[in-house]
Design a protein around this ligand. Structure first.
Ligand SMILES: Cc1cc2nc3c(=O)[nH]c(=O)nc-3n(C[C@H](O)[C@H](O)[C@H](O)COP(=O)(O)OP(=O)(O)OC[C@H]3O[C@@H](n4cnc5c(N)ncnc54)[C@H](O)[C@@H]3O)c2cc1C
Length: 427
């Protein structure tokens, strides 16, 4: 009996075991998922919590409900990974040996990495929405905010869902207009990038949307510290950005256990081959979703678009055969722009977002780079699809179509041709 150990039962771990379970005979393979608790969070829903659209019940469900029968769930904090010996130790001392390891521990906001961020203003005038607790605290702060300077801020890239802070600003703009106080609110976007986003085409489009809403951009701002007394962000080149309400995206880092065993890079993400998602150092270790360093967006859609090729490769690898598929880096992001509209960004390692229609090139119904009500419907339907289809290993009910690079809508290239990712295609 061989053992596949999956670290993390979030989006990637859960979707992967749902697809792998029917492909690995139970007589030969045992599958175990480890996570610290039994709460599965739909993180894309955090964006809507500060505006009261979603509450806790929309975004949290029992993890165990979504794991296929026959998969063991072990609850505990992952403490150390022995990549040479093939074993993982939990904080309570439990040791779990493995033949194949799938790291799916995601990436998490780390406000402790920026001096002053966790100071006296934390959860008072300094907020984040990358945790449920943070999004709920921000909801209360927004309700009390009657005017002043609201700064949305990205500390460092990569972060998961890099468009989320922009979406927050677009929704905040609409929210303050609805409350009739938009003229009393100054909205500012502070980013370490030289523009609104990573890919030049998307950056130009998003910059236009920010400008149209009167949202100022402070670019090339690498934060050094948060000055709580002055209520200001301070950069390494000594610029300051004052705020009345700061909505920051803290540095995102992978699990500490990844750093401790030498499996990760400086942000504790696992370096992988971008086509197979196999660790560059250990052939029996794969890293899925936000936990890896693949040069595409860290997004739930990247997770499910990578799965088809990953599962084919993993099954081949588990049976000692060469892997013959490659993930092409495909990701699609519906970007909420407020007022019941959204924009679609659809790209991969090699291709920039384009104005093409998705999934059918002639009729869509979704439109790349265009603000439409249908794109907003796509964004809001994702929650239903996540809980009811994707976590259970079912495919989206979309007709077959093509992605930006001409590959199938599933984001899988037929042969291993990962090549080198396009410069700056995403982050
Ligand atoms: C505000 C926000 C908005 C977003 N919007 C979108 C969107 O619109 N579209 C989209 O596609 N994506 C979006 N995302 C990104 C998406 O949620 C993530 O890319 C996705 O959840 C990644 O899945 P994952 O399994 O890699 O990580 P996660 O879902 O974070 O799962 C990681 C799991 O590992 C567990 N874990 C970690 N460390 C340990 C440890 N030491 N011991 C035990 N367990 C551990 C965690 O408990 C967790 O369950 C958004 C994210 C945020 C925060």
């Amino acid at each position: 009996m061989k053992h596949v150990l999956v670290l993390g039962g979030g989006a990637a771990g859960t979707m992967a075991v749902a697809k792998l379970c029917p492909r690995l005979p139970a007589s030969e393979w045992r599958i175990t998922v480890v996570d610290r608790d039994d709460e599965h969070h739909y993180q894309p829903g955090y964006l809507f919590v500060p505006f009261g659209t979603y509450g806790r019940a929309d975004v949290v469900k029992p993890r165990s409900r979504y794991l296929p029968e026959g998969v063991d769930l072990v609850l505990g904090e992952i403490a150390t990974i022995d990549t040479e010996g093939g074993a993982v130790t939990l904080a309570d001392g439990t040791v779990l040996a493995y033949d194949q390891l799938i790291v799916a521990t995601g990436t998490s906001p780390r406000p402790d990495q920026t001096p002053g961020m966790l100071g006296p203003e934390w959860r008072r005038s300094v907020h984040e929405f990358y945790t449920l607790e943070g999004a709920e605290a921000l909801r209360d702060a927004l309700a009390e905010f009657d005017g002043g300077r609201l700064v949305a801020h990205v500390s460092e890239l990569p972060v998961k869902c890099p468009v989320a802070p922009l979406e927050f600003l677009f929704l905040a703009d609409a929210h303050f207009r609805e409350r009739g106080i938009r003229d009393r609110v100054e909205l500012v976007y502070v980013t370490p990038l030289d523009g609104a986003f990573t890919t030049p085409v998307a950056a130009e489009r998003l910059a236009g949307l920010l400008e149209a809403r009167g949202i100022a951009v402070e670019a090339d701002f690498v934060v050094e510290r948060v000055d709580s007394d002055a209520k200001a962000l301070v950069s390494y080149d000594e610029r300051t950005v004052p705020f009345d309400l700061l909505v920051t995206v803290p540095v995102n880092m992978g699990a500490d256990a990844i750093a401790a065993c030498g499996l990760g890079d400086e942000l504790q993400h696992v370096p992988v081959d971008p086509g197979t998602l196999q660790s560059r150092r250990y052939p029996n270790v794969f890293a899925l979703g936000d936990a890896n360093d693949a040069p595409t967006s860290k997004a739930g859609s990247a997770v499910h678009l990578a799965l088809e090729s990953f599962v084919e490769n993993f099954v081949q690898h588990a049976h000692g055969r060469p892997m013959t598929h490659a993930y092409d880096g495909r990701v699609n992001c519906f970007v909420e722009t407020g007022g019941g509209k959204a924009l679609l960004l659809d790209f991969d390692y090699a291709t920039q977002p384009s104005p093409s229609r998705y999934p059918l090139s002639a009729i869509g119904p979704f439109s790349g780079l265009e603000e439409t009500a249908m794109n907003h419907v796509g964004k809001m339907m994702f929650k239903w699809a996540y809980w009811h289809l994707l976590l259970r290993g079912r495919d989206l009910p979309l007709p077959a179509g093509t992605g930006p690079s001409g590959h199938s809508a599933a984001g899988v290239a037929p042969r291993l041709d990962a090549g080198s990712p396009a410069e700056g295609a995403a982050s």
